[in-house]
Design a protein around this ligand. Structure first.
Ligand code: ZN
Length: 708
């Protein structure tokens, strides 16, 4: 039931076609602009989406009526316009739901989502547009030709070829899938928020570093215990990853590690709150996905998914995983044996349990490399890290990034202009800190708008692209800046890499500009590429300076950090292979209607791809948002697929000589003009070959991880 009076009558949608009926001051209708975030109210969401939809419907009617007589460039341009308006408003609303969610906002999105899905189905199944695209011949412009090719593929995948009952079934399934995906994500957030455990005794916090004590005391304060202090507690354990991971790695109390581990792998599972149980949703999602794929003529959802990816087939994706498995599994077994020996030598008597691995892995790492994350954090205050990555981007690609004055959706959000030859070419918002109360976990880059000449504001040749960079690193505690862990630094580099591909594109046709139109398994190339630069001592030393004394990070510490970066690489590889295999298994061989359960599939895949079997009650699939609330279904292998590309791309810089700034800049400019500039306008294998001069090889990835 909606409590929002604005959303009661679907008739609003038709009334709203007249501009007079739309609220002229609705900031969610400032299509293509950088919105006035402070002015956005939740009551404006439903009217804005309905108004935008009505406009898109009217524009599509008009376009379909003349599609047979228009040149292909004009058809593409007009659909670019209508999709952009809806993408802008709907994208903005969903962005806000990710970074500042409220119950009212969720409800508003739930109310209008079916209408948005219906419109996309209609657009994707427009016979007039499909005919016009199919009849287009001899397109000279590459970006336009690729746009048409991708549109035809997307329309075939969207069911344009279906008729009658099959089409109705397909559309009904799409609606259900959108609904189930949203429910899956919401349940996960709620289940994560619902769990907490208060610690009050000093011995329960044994081993916890000061930053974790601060974070947990802050959580207790936010939960209403204003007297909580880092020194005296109470300390609140939560399932926010910034609490779970450091606790598992540092807390001496084995029973408490077990407690939080079990809560973590049981999130949104069948043993918890029935309302938040995602297990039935998974089975329904898998069944519906297979049905959709079969309606379109594919055997399985994985076949359908791979039809639109860089990997030629499911067999090719499996072959890559199998080849990496050959090097990773024995390495992971050696790593476990080493860890077991080490734990014994430190007095552990039982076999290592799953909640012990992180703890002992951390202790062995500290013993072997004699530093801890805590030693590093003072050298990674956010302001320095930003300066460092900005300087690197300037050196490699010749662009400048400058902080500017613009208000975002939260006081912590910052704005940056991207300049090339003194001209602004793009911009981005950065939302750095974790806010578990209203912000989704993880890190991501998203688009506020893409580059386009057609959508250029009056007096400009092109509309500049704008990105959102969202991270979830530890917030500043007290007066200190946010002091970042190694992973948080690497995440920031990663997301900026995505952002650069979005922002430095030279393509001016929206559907293939920036990250748009790039095959999913190639999308992580620039992001993972940027992470590689943290392996370069000179780059690292250029910005890692102590937040109080400005002392540069000691060279011996850098040496140990880099040696540690391949620590337990076999286990890390095997974990990704496990997830990727499980994903392909569920979306390829598995039949949800057959006699096997998803848990049996998980056990079977785990038996080959883990070195300690998951607990029988492991329900991590119920929190595997990548597959069930995100876009990674039958695509999780993409992480490794793209890592091959990114490591091999970085190897081009290694071959040029990493300390030779002139040659690095040369290779950097080539990277900018190919990988970063071409966007989706050229197929990814072709883009890679233009940069590297040959097809990708796994050698660099294995060598970087001592697995070669
Ligand atoms: Zn990424």
């Amino acid at each position: 039931m909606s409590t929002d009076p604005q959303s009661e009558s679907p008739a609003d949608a038709t009334n709203a076609v007249s501009p007079a009926a739309a609220d002229a001051g609705n900031p969610l209708l400032a299509w293509g602009e950088i919105p006035d975030f402070a002015a956005i109210r939740v009551e404006q969401v439903v009217p804005a989406v309905r108004f935008t939809l009505a406009r898109a419907e009217a524009d599509l009617d008009a376009l379909e009526a003349v599609a047979d007589s228009l040149p292909i460039g004009e058809i593409v341009g007009r659909s670019e316009e209508l999709e952009d308006r809806l993408g802008w408003t709907w994208g903005l609303v969903n962005h806000l739901n990710s970074v500042r969610t409220t119950d009212a906002l969720r409800q508003a999105i739930t109310d209008v989502q079916p209408e948005v899905v219906t419109f996309h189905s209609r657009l994707g199944q427009s016979e007039a547009l499909y005919r016009a695209y199919s009849n287009a011949e001899g397109i000279a412009d590459n970006a336009l030709a690729r746009t048409v090719e991708l549109a035809l593929r997307a329309m075939r995948h969207g069911g344009v070829g279906l008729t009658g009952d099959a089409k109705d079934q397909f559309n009904a399934n799409q609606q259900q899938l959108a609904q189930l995906g949203m429910e899956f994500g919401n349940s996960l957030v709620d289940a994560t928020k619902a769990w907490h455990h208060e610690l009050t005794k000093e011995d329960e916090m044994a081993g916890a570093p000061p930053s974790l004590r601060g974070l947990m005391a802050q959580s207790a304060q936010l939960a209403g215990n204003e007297a909580a202090t880092p020194e005296a507690g109470p300390w609140r354990l939560t399932l926010d990853p910034t609490c779970v991971m450091p606790f598992l790695e540092n807390a001496d109390r084995r029973d408490l590690r077990e407690l939080i581990y079990r809560a973590w792998i049981g999130r949104a599972g069948p043993e918890g709150d029935a309302k938040l149980d995602n297990s039935d949703r998974i089975a329904r999602i898998l069944t519906l996905r297979k049905a959709q794929a079969q309606l379109l003529g594919f055997d399985t959802f994985a076949d359908y998914s791979l039809d639109a990816k860089m990997a030629p087939s499911v067999a090719d994706a499996l072959a890559l995983l199998a080849s990496l498995h050959t090097s990773s599994k024995p390495a992971a077994q050696r790593e476990l044996a080493e860890l077991t020996d080490f734990a014994r030598s430190e007095g552990a008597t039982d076999a290592l349990a799953l909640w012990d691995v992180g703890y002992w892995a951390r202790r062995l790492r500290e013993a072997r490399y004699t530093y801890s994350d805590e030693d590093l954090k003072p050298y990674f205050p956010l302001p320095r890290v930003l300066e460092g990555v900005i300087a690197l981007v300037h050196k490699l690609f010749g662009v400048e990034i400058r902080e500017g004055d613009r208000t975002g959706w939260h006081p912590d959000v910052r704005w940056f202009d991207v300049m090339s030859d003194g001209q602004p070419i793009a911009g981005f918002f950065l939302d750095p800190y974790s806010r578990p109360a209203d912000k989704r976990g993880g890190a991501w880059m998203n688009e506020l708008r893409g580059r386009s000449s057609r959508l250029a504001p009056a007096g400009h040749a092109v509309r500049t692209p704008i990105a959102y960079l969202v991270c979830n690193q530890s917030a500043p505690v007290g007066d200190n800046p946010s002091l970042m862990t190694w992973n948080e630094v690497s995440t920031l580099f990663h997301e900026l890499g995505h952002g650069l591909q979005h922002m430095l594109t030279r393509v001016e046709l929206l559907p293939v500009a920036g990250i748009s139109g790039i095959e999913w398994d190639a999308v992580e190339l620039p992001s993972q590429f940027m992470e590689n630069w943290l392996r370069h001592p000179k780059t690292l030393a250029s910005f890692a300076k102590h937040y109080q004394t400005s002392e540069p990070i000691p060279a011996s510490l850098v040496e140990r950090v880099l040696a540690a970066s391949t620590y337990r690489a076999g286990s890390a590889f095997l974990r990704q292979i496990y997830f990727a295999r499980l994903d392909l298994e569920l979306h390829h061989a598995f039949d949800a209607a057959g006699g096997t359960s998803i848990w049996e599939v998980q056990r079977q895949v785990a038996s080959e791809n883990t070195v300690i079997s998951p607990l029988p009650e492991d329900r991590f699939l119920c929190s595997f948002g990548h597959l069930f609330a995100g876009g990674y279904a039958a695509g999780y292998y993409s992480y490794k697929w793209a890592e091959v590309l990114s490591a091999d791309a970085y190897a081009a810089f290694e071959e040029a000589g990493l300390d030779d700034d002139e040659r690095i800049a040369e290779v950097g400019r080539r990277f900018r003009e190919t990988v970063l500039a071409l966007g989706g306008s050229v197929p990814p294998m072709e883009v890679f070959k233009r940069f590297r001069g040959r097809e990708p090889s796994t050698d660099a990835l294995l060598r970087h991880n001592n697995l070669g």
